[in-house]
Design a protein around this ligand. Sequence first.
Ligand SMILES: Nc1nc2c([nH]c(=O)n2[C@H]2C[C@H](O)[C@@H](COP(=O)(O)OP(=O)(O)OP(=O)(O)O)O2)c(=O)[nH]1
Ligand SMILES: [Mg+2]
Length: 319
Amino acid sequence: MTKLVQVAVAILIRPNCEYLLASRPNGKGWAGWWEFPGGKIESGETPENALIRESQEELGITPTQIQPWIKRRYDYPATHDAEAKTVLLHFFFVHAWQGELQAREGQQFAWQHPRTLNVSPVLPANAPIMQALSLPPVYAISNIQEMGEHAFLQALKQQLDHGLQLLQIRESQLDDAALAKLSEEVLQPCAPYDCRCLLNGSPEQALQLGYHGVHLNSQRLMALTQKPDNLLVGASCHNRVELAQAQSLQLDFAMLSPVLPTKSHPEATGLGWEQFGEMLSGLEIPVYALGGMHFEHVSHAQSCGARGIAMQRAIWEQQ
Ligand SMILES: Nc1nc2c([nH]c(=O)n2[C@H]2C[C@H](O)[C@@H](COP(=O)(O)OP(=O)(O)OP(=O)(O)O)O2)c(=O)[nH]1
Ligand SMILES: [Mg+2]
């Protein structure tokens, strides 16, 4: 059996959402590869203690605001290193710290914009993490059927001003002509904000109407045999079989629901956070929690391993 190494990993985030990568110093396994700062948890240490100690040793800073994120297991072969090992990575977001960054181990630093990774190669265990970080923590879903188009477009403008970066248009009641008209009215104001829009529909229709992506319902997901090209692809999942299908097709993300009881499915009790977290453990694609979500659920969803939350109502009620 290979040895299990527990590691505390720090994702330092600036207010503009950029995060820090560092190159692994010469003389270590995987030298020159890019990683998040961090290191092995010593015996008797909690992951939090190790995170603070490693940040001081490698970066000369002391984290003051940390939030535990996911744990990820990965089997490393003996290539690029002295021996094969299994790592259990404990990821933390570090939102604030004291002190100035210093490269105390001679490592290089690179602040990365979440949507454009410009260093490589990154340690292989981190691939799904980079993928997850490229998506924003909040995914909005349109609700024109309840709100009416005028109120929706106004609320959309407000949320774009507040930083909305990902939107799903889900209006199955509209015929093709009405959907085409609405799509223009939505895509136009989103463009200057760089907010990506997905159509809940077919990949062909999403491409034809000029969307950045498509959001598949679970029926479309289960019928799909290959991820469509040139689109960001998300899918609605309600169980492990659907999550496994989204992962095996290497979709960009899944949305799992209902987590809490919700107005759209009053008969369903919701998975609850515990089961939600269990269903995500070991999964390699980012997931959004849907069902009864409000802005204040973001950090709890992330501590269960989700990228963030999806909202169809609460987001449009926010002033
Ligand atoms: N720090 C860090 N380690 C990672 C990441 N992803 C990943 O697979 N790892 C692996 C690589 C290593 O096998 C292990 C961390 O060990 P390390 O060599 O950095 O540990 P350390 O800083 O305590 O170094 P040392 O004093 O033992 O030499 O975790 C990551 O993003 N950051
Ligand atoms: Mg280290």
